[in-house]
Design a binder for this molecule. Sequence first.
Ligand code: ZN
Length: 152
Amino acid sequence: MAADELRSLYQEIILEHNKNPRNFRTMEDSDVSVEGYNPLCGDHYTVYLKLEGDVVKDVSFKGSGCAISKASASVMSTMVKGRTKQEAEALFERFHDLVTGKPGQSASLDDLGSLAAFAGVSEFPARVKCASLAWHTLHGALENKQEAITTE
Ligand code: ZN
């Protein structure tokens, strides 16, 4: 696929997830919920988790922010459901490498699914925090943090 085509496909994925975010709801019976805040952009979400042992049985999020932050939270929720904590953390690491432009990432985009849509974010350093906010918040929830997570 040509770079331009790929870019517009990625934009479509982000716009679609922003318009129809998955798992976008308050979870009344969550085991853990953590707030995440990106003061630079004003993105503000709460991530809810239902855990069964080491497995993320259910995940949802609620809040508001820019298109990239909301789309990223939506994709995150679809990717980590049913995974173990360790698998979720490993995905977070790969996602973080991707959006911060660590070399060697493009070779392994195929198995990243919709996460790959955020590869272009690495060209916009100010947007990295928008894209990774939901993941940082998820990380806090998996660590059972009580305080709110901030990107600053
Ligand atoms: Zn943002």
